[in-house]
Design a protein around this ligand. Structure first.
Ligand code: 2M8
Length: 484
């Protein structure tokens, strides 16, 4: 935080009520800290999640920057030789009974010499020994090559898919809040790894060929059961018996009518098994993989990551211009490929069919975070945000799905409820485009949510009740950022 603080680190300028909110958030982040990383939730998600770690670092930037750096390091120590940052880094002390699908399901060993591929269910999972071939790391200008095999540490077990790249935004925020030599050193360690992450998404995942990244699984979007994926999922042939072979765990921890359906879950597992059977390789995905979608939210965050990398590059002595150029190109591609003038928002493109998904989902508003988005699209997104469909107001933040849709579901996860991280991103976008008043409304509404209901995973978009995990890390972390 900027400015002076009370003895326990709470910023002086906060009212008593806000100071209590601040303390509550730091307590949750401490309770969810394992010593090397933060779990999203002790009960529901007992491992490290990729984009959660990015959001958590934004909160820790204000209270415990050294923990923020450690958290990001923990994640990037599990980066694959090809540059991908896994969506879950598994804690070996947690069993498959505590979270499914765990390391046995993903079986994503990294073999000697950096080859990736399944090590066989239950089999040994190799070390992330990886950069011997030197192909993954390195800034585009070659200034910061990732040294061979320096990730060190014990072998990491991970999933084989990715999540939206919010980590450069996180790292830049931590540095900005607490600069200095040690922080610059952390940036120097992270920069080539962040670049490798972006390179992976820009090349291996350029399945559609135009330059946007395709996700290979709904989980990669972070918006698991969003209506965004309904059409593409419906076309996935479900592997027979998949739910009998693998038992769900999530719907035993929280109410099953708040979670994805069994039918969704069967498809999630089928798609993951398909990717696993192909050794998590990305070559020829278009010929063989059942789910390939260009998500506007994912790609907008990839663009925003390039802008954060430009700032980081300035600190570490690399070339910022290349990152700015990439952000501009992603912004252009989003407008050309995913914007629909009829709905005034962005829609995911199914690479297999060439069809844009017609549902109006909140990931279609996320390109607002790109400062270079043309004025016409900005105006259009703001109009949608202000319309009854998303109803931005001081009383309630933006829901995850069009309120007027027939299948809007106020309880079911990403099909209606309000999510803190998404609203934090939208607020950032509104500010980037000078929409200070609307940004202020979102902030007020978010803080009212945690004040009234607690630091929940998500919230009912009508009565603001907390749903899912009650002590959720990114909700706590981003509350700190809003208060700081
Ligand atoms: C949710 O996703 C996981 C799978 O990755 C799950 O449902 O088990 C999503 O909300 C995702 O965005 C989030 O990163 C993860 C952990 O908070 O939970």
């Amino acid at each position: 935080a900027t400015g002076s603080t009370k003895p326990d680190g709470v910023p002086d300028q906060l009212s008593e009520a806000d100071a209590a909110l601040w303390r509550g958030a730091t307590t949750i982040l401490s309770a969810n800290w394992t010593g090397t990383h933060t779990v999203p939730s002790r009960t529901l998600y007992p491992h490290q999640w990729s984009w959660d770690a990015g959001f958590v670092s934004i909160g820790l930037a204000h209270t415990a920057p050294e923990r923020a750096w450690r958290d990001l390091r923990s994640l990037f120590e599990a980066q694959w030789p090809d540059g991908r940052v896994p969506h879950i880094v598994f804690d070996p002390g947690v069993t498959e009974r505590d979270y499914f699908p765990g390391p046995t399901f993903w079986a994503s060993g990294v073999g000697p010499g950096g080859s990736v591929g399944p090590s066989g269910p239950g089999g040994p999972v190799g070390a992330n020994g990886g950069r011997a071939n030197g192909n993954a790391g390195g800034a585009s200008d070659g200034t910061f090559p990732v040294p061979a095999g320096t990730n060190g540490g014990p072998p990491r077990l991970s999933s084989g898919i990715v999540q939206p790249p919010v980590h450069a935004i996180g790292a830049w925020t931590v540095y900005r809040c607490a600069p200095g030599d040690a922080a610059a050193e952390e940036l120097r360690w992270l920069y080539p790894r962040l670049v490798a992450q972006q390179e992976y998404l820009a090349t291996a995942r350029n399945v559609g060929g135009a330059g946007l990244s395709a996700i290979v699984h709904p989980w990669e979007s972070g918006l698991d059961n969003s209506p965004s994926w309904d059409e593409a999922l419906a076309a996935v042939p479900v592997a027979p018996d998949v739910l009998r072979r693998y038992a769900r765990r999530d719907n035993q921890v929280v109410a099953s009518d708040h979670r994805p359906t069994d039918d969704d879950y069967a498809r999630y597992l089928t798609i993951a098994l398909s990717y696993r059977e192909g050794g998590y390789r990305d070559a020829d995905l278009g010929m063989r993989h059942p789910f390939l979608v260009e998500c506007p939210g994912f790609n907008a965050l990839r663009g925003a990551a390039e802008l954060a990398l430009a700032r980081i590059a300035e600190v570490v002595g690399a070339d910022p211009a290349v990152h700015r150029a990439r952000a501009a190109s992603i912004t252009r591609l989003l407008v050309d490929r995913l914007f629909d003038p009829q709905t005034g928002m962005f829609h995911p493109l199914d690479v297999r069919t060439g069809r844009r998904n017609p549902a109006r989902c909140v990931n279609g508003l996320l390109p607002l975070i790109l400062p270079g988005l043309p004025a016409a699209q900005v105006a259009s997104l703001v109009a949608v945000l202000e319309s009854d469909r998303f109803g931005i107001s001081a009383r309630m933040p933006v829901p995850s799905y069009d309120r007027s849709a027939a299948d809007f579901d106020p309880f079911r996860y990403w099909r209606g409820p309000v999510w803190f991280n998404i609203n934090w991103l939208l607020r950032r976008g509104l500010r980037a485009h000078g929409q200070v008043e609307l940004a202020g409304l979102v902030r007020t509404a978010l803080l009212d949510l945690v004040r009234g209901s607690g630091y929940y995973e998500y919230f009912h978009p009508g009565n603001a009740a907390g749903i899912g995990s009650p002590a959720f890390s990114w909700t706590a972390a981003l509350t700190l950022d809003l208060l700081a």
